[in-house]
Unconditional design. Structure first.
Length: 240
């Protein structure tokens, strides 16, 4: 490992120790996804939309933004007429969740992004970016399919492969990389469990099945790629 890459890792370690990657991580009260807080925000958004002729209180994002991060709630548009302050567990109020909307074209619904998951992926991305600057390409290990790959974490300086604790199931989910060098959380374990739980799902091979995780959860699968089912009704990455 060359000096440049080691220097980047030292900078990353300082950032972790300083606690600057997400706010108020020691406030347990801001870690809980209270249903009452989501209901309060949902009610505020419904009233805002009704009073503004269908507009939504969201921050503008580029059209290339992944679907589950594309419509973050803009609390400045809701305060003070519809809310007194952002929810205590929101990022804006020192919590570890970002409030987002799904189904914006039909029936907008409030969901949460788990920012602990985001922070974990960002910590890997810092090392991955440093590695790519040094060597020109990611440290691919094996191929899941022709577009998604496992990562050689030894090459990035990790003693053990990092993982994300799923907000859906508490499973330890791997972090993989696509052919464009973008990091992905591998939700196949969660999807498999959900399919087993449901028995059958209203999707065909070739259709994106991620919504089965979202429908009866307060969370969205951040850093996810589209998934579909194979002939055995098991989840696989959807090849574009």
């Amino acid at each position: 490992m060359k000096l440049f890459f080691k220097t980047i890792l030292i900078i990353f370690s300082i950032a972790i120790l300083s606690g600057c990657l997400y706010p108020s991580d020691n406030l347990q009260k801001n870690r809980v996804p209270y249903e009452s807080q989501l209901d309060l925000v949902q009610s505020a958004i419904d009233r805002y939309q009704e009073n503004t002729g269908g507009l939504l209180p969201i921050k503008q994002r580029d059209f290339t933004t992944p679907i589950y991060r594309k419509y973050p709630v803009d609390f400045t548009k809701l305060i003070p007429n519809y809310l007194q302050e952002p929810p205590g567990n929101s990022f804006e109020n020192g919590g570890i969740y970002q409030y987002v909307l799904v189904n914006v074209d039909t029936k907008p619904e409030v969901k949460l992004i788990d920012l602990v998951s985001v922070t974990t992926v960002q910590s890997v991305k810092m090392r991955l970016d440093a590695y790519k600057l040094e060597y020109g390409y990611p440290p691919f290990e094996g191929a899941i399919n022709k577009q998604v790959f496992t990562i050689n974490y030894d090459a990035l300086g990790f003693k053990t492969p990092p993982y994300v604790v799923s907000p859906f199931t508490q499973n330890n989910l791997p972090i993989v990389v696509n052919s464009e060098g973008q990091l992905i959380i591998d939700y196949r374990q969660d999807l498999y469990q959900k399919i087993q739980q449901l028995g059958s799902i209203p999707y065909q091979m070739g259709e994106d099945i991620r919504n089965i995780l979202v429908e009866d959860s307060v969370f969205v699968p951040v850093f996810s790629e589209p998934y579909t089912i194979d002939e055995k009704n098991e989840p696989i990455f959807l090849i574009k």
